[in-house]
Design a protein around this ligand. Structure first.
Ligand SMILES: Cc1cc2nc3c(=O)[nH]c(=O)nc-3n(C[C@H](O)[C@H](O)[C@H](O)COP(=O)(O)OP(=O)(O)OC[C@H]3O[C@@H](n4cnc5c(N)ncnc54)[C@H](O)[C@@H]3O)c2cc1C
Length: 509
């Protein structure tokens, strides 16, 4: 490594979905210098580039490998919470689905104290990001940095899922992201180009890498921000066993993700006073909301069907079709999202019920969860894993929504559409309500969409204001999925990329 400059205008921590976009946009101004610090290394690996291989990254060097605390409302099971640890962050690890969300997700953000973040505000940003390859629509963007496409040559099973939904009386969407209402079944959009993953690294970071005003530092783990009174003046990071400091002349922006950003704040003494005192960290700012309000979509793994004959081989990411629906018709938007999965998926606790691997799965999920969890530090040791309490199914409303989702999925799975493929329903089968709830508690897992641990807004539990500035500290912002006031009702990558773009706009303004 050549000697790093001692100071930059901006230091961005985390080269994931939001951080990569932010660093690339800020350095479009050649008078601005940016240091982008990433804990992981290159994403240029065959297992990352192949969009079907994302489950093989679990627990390896490219995954932070976090586990949850025992899930109290799920029979104390412990879940794995994968997070990408490389350039591109989770966009280099994820299942490549591209979903913006429901318009009311963003309108609710705006209404709850975040002016500038309504659907009308963020739609132009989504359009600017996209290079959409599907049918033209006023709601889609073309020519942007991120290649977005309908699935190429989808699996017949995924197509059957959409037909099963139609036979069950549900609408079919030509393009999920051209539907403002997001109600119905359809294929996911994918960030895959020529059969290869196409992430924020390809769309934003690589084109910016040759700029002399952008420095990307990999294999560097940021432990804390450096404060001078109530002003953030830089960060402290570990690299090759040594601790280094770098100065930010203008601002530090944390884009370390839903687990990483609150963790850095807590290690810096910014967070709930009692939590900090309990691990012996001096309090710099008593910010009660740091690490609170953790939300994640709860995915059921899953409703499994034995296939007649051999299972059609996986195509694309192995999960190409989906459905958004309401568990209660009085809701303003969808709160459940079944996903069709082209392989058998069961929780470790129920895996022994799988007869063999020639099975497919329908996985219902709850995408407007009422349950809330926390991120806390286990100790003041910067190398200790954080305590991640996702707290799935701790609210009855989530159990009720999941019950409705399971019934809807069983109707689709047992519909005539699947007759050519279905040998039998392996699980859950027609259980009574008590047993079905137990099945749910034994099967719920992460849908990989944790958000909201540094929520944006204007009440005492908020961590950043609508300009993403951390309350009580000058020169420090957060830009990643942790700032979402509430999780969106779609998969969370596209909104995270949007947050990176919006952060750049706010900083440049
Ligand atoms: C297995 C999996 C499948 C998923 N599938 C989909 C999908 O198909 N569609 C979808 O929309 N969403 C999906 N998601 C979720 C989506 O990818 C994330 O919500 C989104 O990428 C989050 O972006 P972010 O910028 O908040 O954080 P990230 O992309 O996680 O970026 C954070 C970055 O910060 C780095 N970092 C963290 N701490 C530090 C530190 N202390 N010092 C230095 N660097 C640090 C990390 O290594 C990482 O690179 C999936 C996620 C996973 C894990």
């Amino acid at each position: 490594m050549t000697e790093l400059h001692k100071s930059f205008d901006y230091v961005v921590v985390g080269a994931g979905s939001a951080g990569s976009v932010l660093a690339a946009r800020l350095t479009e101004d050649e008078n601005v210098s940016v240091l982008l610090i990433e804990c992981g290394g290159s994403d240029d690996l065959p297992e990352v580039k192949d969009p079907s291989k994302w489950p093989t990254l679990f627990y390896g060097d490219l995954d932070w490998g976090w586990s949850t605390q025992p899930l109290r409302s799920c029979n104390n099971r412990v879940d794995h919470l994968p997070r990408g640890k490389m350039l591109g962050g989770c966009h280099s690890h994820n299942a490549s689905a591209w979903v913006r969300g429901h318009h009311s997700d963003f309108d609710n953000w705006a209404y709850s104290g975040c002016p500038g973040w309504s659907w009308a505000d963020v739609l132009p940003i989504f359009k600017k990001i996209e290079d959409w390859q599907g049918p033209a629509s006023d709601l889609r963007g073309t020519g942007g940095p991120i290649f977005v496409t309908p699935p190429v040559d989808p699996n017949p099973l995924s197509t059957t899922f959409i037909e099963g939904a139609r036979l069950s009386g549900l609408p079919v969407l030509d393009d999920i992201n051209s539907s403002v209402d997001l109600l119905g079944a359809g294929y996911f959009n994918f960030t895959v180009k020529d059969g290869q993953r196409f992430s924020v690294v390809d769309g934003y970071l690589k084109p910016a890498m040759s700029r002399p005003n952008l420095t990307v530092l990999t294999h560097a783990e940021t432990d804390r921000v450096v404060l001078d009174g109530h002003r953030c003046i830089g960060v402290e990071y570990r690299r090759e066993g040594r601790i280094h400091r770098v100065h930010a002349d203008c601002e530090v922006i944390l884009s370390a993700g839903t687990i990483g950003s609150p963790r850095i704040l807590l290690l810096s003494g910014i967070g709930p006073e009692k939590d900090l005192q309990s691990v012996g960290i001096p309090v710099a700012v008593n910010l009660k909301g740091v690490g609170r309000n953790l939300q994640d979509h709860a995915l059921l793994a899953g409703l499994v069907y034995e296939c007649q004959g051999s299972l059609p081989p996986l195509r694309n990411n192995g999960a190409e079709s989906t459905l958004w629906w309401k568990s209660d018709s009085r809701l303003i938007g969808p709160d459940i999202q079944p996903v069709f999965i082209e392989f058998p998926l069961a929780s470790p606790e129920l895996a022994d019920r799988l007869p063999h691997d020639q099975c497919y799965t329908i996985s219902p999920s709850v995408v407007r969860p009422a349950s809330r969890g926390t991120i806390r530090l286990a100790s003041a040791d910067r190398t200790d894993a954080p305590l991640i309490d996702v707290n799935f199914m701790s609210r009855d409303a989530d159990v009720t929504a999941m019950l409705a989702a399971v019934e809807l999925c069983r109707e689709i799975g047992n519909s005539d559409a699947f007759a050519p493929f279905r040998a039998r329903e392996v699980m859950p089968g027609p259980l009574g309500q008590t047993d079905m709830i137990d099945f749910i508690r034994n099967s719920v897992s992460t849908y990989f969409h944790p958000t909201s641990t540094c929520r944006m807004g204007q009440n005492p539990m908020c961590v950043v204001d609508p300009e993403l500035k951390v309350y009580g500290i000058e020169g420090l912002r957060i830009a990643d999925a942790s700032i979402m006031p509430n999780v969106t009702s779609g998969n969370t990558n596209a909104p995270s990329v949007m947050i990176g773009e919006k952060a750049a706009e706010l900083i440049r303004a």
